[in-house]
Design a protein around this ligand. Structure first.
Ligand code: IFM
Length: 481
């Protein structure tokens, strides 16, 4: 029988099922720095950051949180914060700097030490293979638009599986392939910065195939549980017109089902192929691809921050369009922006309150999302691999960071997860994004998502109030409602 959550009416405590996994997450390029150390070669993000205008303040991941040098102290910090599990990603250009060819043992050693250091401290590792840092050498050959990259990814997966798969219980293939495909190749706000809707569809398919091939490669060399992490959009129609409803369904297909259906059901939705036929004939899907993509996984990682509101592409909406997709529509003040990858739907502003990203805070949307995923794919266990919020944190006169707004955000989202579990969703864990403030992609260091504050000039780590609060939540396996 599945362990059940409980609600203690007297104390207002929401208890999570026994065995629920608690952790915190990071990604290689966002924290490691040391971009030239020990044989690492550039990734597409190193190159993207060099182009003026791509990243706020001209920030780069060159130093980031200097985690590469400070790893042991960061592991001690995780232990102090009572973290039972830690989700990190491996930097492909550290391990296979050229994208293919020789393995860089010095780079791989870093991850051997990281995994061993976690295990020594009783912290269970959860490893992500790809969190957006494609070796630039592969981008020179077309990157994810080139089908050969799929084979390179499977080789890389096998290397990691052989080196670490005996002591990492769960390996995730891709983090948020939607971002790679659509932010990287349609809206262009992420590396490699391309802006072509048809190309984004090719990339989405190659990422799906890379996932499937990596699952097979890993399965042949290690016993780890295998998963993928998707940032599934909880899409709401902006109005109650038929057209807005259809736009929301279209975005559900182009943002969610384009990944979940081939990975978990072995096909692309017929409506998706029909509504994108003006962009592509999908001839890039070769015989046998779908069976390879549907390789079977043990867990599905779900990342959630905020819901999306979308409207149909009416002439009135088009007239208000800002031109470039922005991921903070509420703060842009400029109205709707094109949904990446499609000309049929537009992202529209939603009412607040907002986080520092301008993302609306709507915890009940998280319950809805988890229940919907469970309803559509009841056979797969879910893990929240990211949830959290950026706020304008500052160190107070007492030397502490009093981030009450983050505590409130996480508390309400944990209550939303609990509600989903109570209503039947099979959610087995929760990873807070992020362990520490870090390089927030196109926003550089201007946004702080950490439960640990990073003073970048000194690299001092200061656990925020939320970190101490989260430690208590973990210890109690419960959150106040
Ligand atoms: O920082 C990112 C992370 O790399 C992927 N998921 C969303 C986070 C916040 O934007």
């Amino acid at each position: 029988m599945t362990p059940q959550p409980t609600t203690d009416q007297a104390s207002d405590r929401l208890s999570f099922p026994p065995g629920f996994v608690w952790g915190s997450a990071t990604a290689a390029y966002q924290i490691e720095g040391a971009v030239h150390a020990d044989g690492r070669l550039p990734s597409i993000w190193d190159v993207f950051c060099q182009v003026p205008g791509n990243v706020t303040g001209g920030d780069t991941g060159d130093v980031a949180c200097d985690h590469y040098s400070r790893m042991a102290a960061d592991l001690d910090l995780m232990a102090d914060l009572g973290l039972p599990s830690y989700r990190f990603s491996v930097s492909w250009p550290r391990v296979i700097p050229g994208g293919s060819g020789p393995v860089n043992e010095a780079g791989l050693d870093f991850y051997r030490r990281l995994v061993d250091g976690l295990l020594e401290r009783g912290i269970t590792p959860l490893l992500t293979l790809y969190h957006w840092d494609l070796p630039q050498a592969l981008q020179f050959e077309g990157g994810w638009t080139n089908r050969d990259t799929v084979a390179r990814f499977a080789e890389y997966a096998e290397v990691i599986g052989r080196a670490l798969g005996d002591r990492v219980p769960t390996i995730t293939t891709l983090n948020e392939p939607w971002c790679t495909a659509f932010l990287g190749h349609a809206s262009g706000v992420h590396a490699p910065g391309l802006t072509d809707n048809a190309t984004a569809l090719v990339v989405a398919h190659h990422l799906n195939l890379a996932h499937g091939r990596a699952v097979r490669a890993l399965r042949s060399v290690c016993p780890a549980q295998l998963s993928v992490t998707l940032n599934l959009a909880e899409v709401r129609p902006a109005g109650d017109s038929e057209a807005d409803l259809a736009a929301a369904e279209h975005v559900d297909r182009i943002a969610n089902r384009i990944f979940t259906e081939p990975m978990l059901r072995g096909s692309y939705p017929a409506e998706l192929l029909a509504e994108t036929k003006h962009l592509s004939d999908w001839a890039f899907v070769a015989d046998g691809d779908l069976a390879e993509i549907n390789a079977g996984i043990d867990l599905l990682g779900v990342n959630f921050y905020a819901p999306s509101a979308v409207a149909a592409a009416t002439p009135e909406i088009r007239a208000q369009v800002t031109g470039r997709w922005v991921n903070d529509p509420s703060q842009s003040g400029a109205g709707p922006s094109p949904w990446p990858g499609t000309d049929l739907a537009y992202s529209v502003p939603q009412p607040g309150p907002y986080t520092a990203m301008g993302w609306p805070i709507v915890p009940e949307a998280f319950t809805d999302l988890l229940l919907r995923v469970h309803r559509d794919y009841p056979e797969i266990g879910l893990v929240v691999t990211e949830n959290g919020a950026a706020f304008d944190d500052a160190v107070s006169a007492d030397g502490r960071v009093h981030d009450a707004d983050r505590i409130d955000y996480v508390r309400r989202h944990l209550a939303a997860v609990h509600a989903a579990i109570e209503r039947g969703a099979d959610v087995r864990g929760y990873y807070l994004w992020s362990l520490m403030d870090n390089f927030e992609w196109a926003w550089g260091y201007s946004k702080r998502f950490g439960m640990v504050y990073v003073d970048y000039p000194s690299q001092q780590r200061i656990p925020k109030d939320s970190a101490l609060w989260f430690r208590d939540v973990i210890a109690a396996n419960a959150v106040e409602s």
